[in-house]
Design a protein around this ligand. Structure first.
Ligand code: EPZ
Length: 413
């Protein structure tokens, strides 16, 4: 398995360019199915989860060509509507392809997505939305089979503002008949980016980024090119790399409004920030102040930053409380941080973190993408050497992370 060896204690300084957003790229790649032709994408992150989505597109008959700084996807020859089981198991979020296949071909087949290391992650809200659109859903031998004569626009209220369910319903409805209204829709920036892409192709969608999204079905969609938005969680991760090492880092190619809640918490923790249109510079104190975190749907504090702040707060002056309100088991990283000397106690959905200066390098194991990122950040600050195993989790969502950290002065091998 892949490993990182990190010699901690180094103050990080310098500039880092933020890559394209994983969580915008994945639904947009799925949406390329809808125009049955070519899409040229720019600023696509070179990460494992994106490669997995490309594999699925090729497996069902699409073509994916990488040329310099762009990816050309051609979905004119899609010949199957089944998401391959092995790839579905590898990446649960490939369920987003179901909405696109149903929207374009009125059929899709996929295995029930397994859970993962951050919780059960059901798809009941996706399926309920599909049914309201007139899609028949049956379960056969652990597979979900969707089919429809036609897709009829309707009103859909989400019990929870699920990002994936909002995206999947939009994809299934945009070539349907009539108008679909989603209420209690998720408002994440990645949904706005997906809708900007769809509207550029000729879709008629309003309200993305609010809790009420209106989709007026259209007959067909055009071939276009599109530039993926910056990754707000990668941006937050490198800001915390500066904060946890008492460093000074400038991020370029970022969108500050997308990460307001993160910037607000870093300032509360006594970090100085210089925020401009597409850059953010962080100048961190030797030791940050303890702060409390409650994860919420956007525009609240993002759950994907919970473990990353968990690492940061292990060295804060004082005691912090984190409350995870989105996923039911997103604290697997805590036991690994405690092996390094952190003082974290998990009680139900909360983690109580007593700040300490005594964090030592150790042998630790990544359990998921953002938990793994938390271990890297802790290792950058720890005294001595840390060995992180299972780093393939981290490479799922962070483009060239070793190279970017080395450029900031980190000793990572
Ligand atoms: C997206 O996952 C992101 N993934 C996640 O990022 C992110 O943590 C999450 O949104 C929340 O912001 C991608 O965009 C590829 P949800 P998604 O549906 O769509 C429950 C990362 O690290 N739920 O908003 O799966 C669910 O169990 C990843 O980049 C249902 O109960 O998230 C969870 O508790 C991790 N039924 C909550 O809603 C459903 O049908 C939020 O899930 C769907 C979801």
């Amino acid at each position: 398995m892949s490993k990182f060896i990190i010699q901690g204690g180094k103050r990080l300084e310098g500039e880092v360019k933020i890559s394209g957003s994983k969580n915008a790229a994945l639904p947009i790649i799925a949406a390329t199915v809808l125009n049955g032709g070519k899409t040229t994408l720019y600023n696509v992150p070179d990460i494992q989860d994106v490669h997995t989505m490309f594999e699925i597109i090729k497996d069902i008959g699409g073509k994916v060509v990488k040329r310099h700084n762009k990816i050309i996807i051609n979905t004119s020859k899609i010949h199957t509507y089944e998401i391959p089981d092995n790839l579905m198991r590898q990446m649960r979020s490939s369920v987003i392809l179901a909405g696109a296949l149903i929207g374009k071909y009125h059929q899709a087949r996929f295995s029930c997505p397994g859970g993962c290391d951050i919780g059960a992650r059901p798809i009941d809200l996706h399926l309920k939305g599909f049914e309201k659109l007139g899609i028949n859903i049956k379960e056969e031998f652990g597979e979900i089979v969707c089919s429809a004569e036609k897709i009829i626009g309707t009103q859909i209220h989400l019990d929870f503002p699920s990002v994936g369910a909002t995206e999947n319903i939009i994809l299934a409805a945009c070539l349907g008949e009539g108008t679909t209204i989603i209420t209690n829709a998720a408002k994440e920036p990645e949904i706005e980016d997906l809708v900007k892409y769809l509207n550029k192709m000729g879709a008629k969608i309003k309200g993305a980024g609010t809790d009420r999204v209106e989709i007026i079905g259209v007959k067909g969609l055009e071939e276009i090119s599109y530039n993926i938005m910056p990754d707000r969680i990668e941006a937050g991760t490198y800001l915390v790399a500066g904060a946890i090492t008492g460093g000074n880092i400038k991020l370029t190619n970022v969108c500050p409004p997308h990460i307001e809640p993160i910037l607000n918490k870093l300032e509360e923790a006594n970090c100085k920030l210089i925020i401009e249109k597409s850059t953010i510079q962080i100048d961190a104190p030797k030791r940050i102040k303890a702060v409390d975190i409650k994860t919420m749907p956007y525009p609240g504090f993002p759950t994907d930053m919970q473990s990353i702040f968990g690492a940061l707060l292990t060295t804060a002056k004082g005691t912090s409380i984190i409350t995870e309100n989105i996923f039911e088991s997103r604290y697997k990283y805590v036991q690994e941080l405690n092996r390094m000397g952190a003082k974290i106690k998990v009680e139900g959905r909360s983690a109580i973190i007593k700040g300490t200066r005594r964090i030592q390098g150790a042998k630790v194991v990544a359990t998921d993408l953002r938990g793994g990122a938390a271990l890297v950040l802790e290792a950058l600050m720890a005294k001595g050497v840390t060995e992180i195993d299972n780093t393939h989790y981290i490479l799922r969502g962070y483009e060239r992370i070793e190279e970017k950290l080395k450029k900031l002065g980190a000793k990572i091998y």
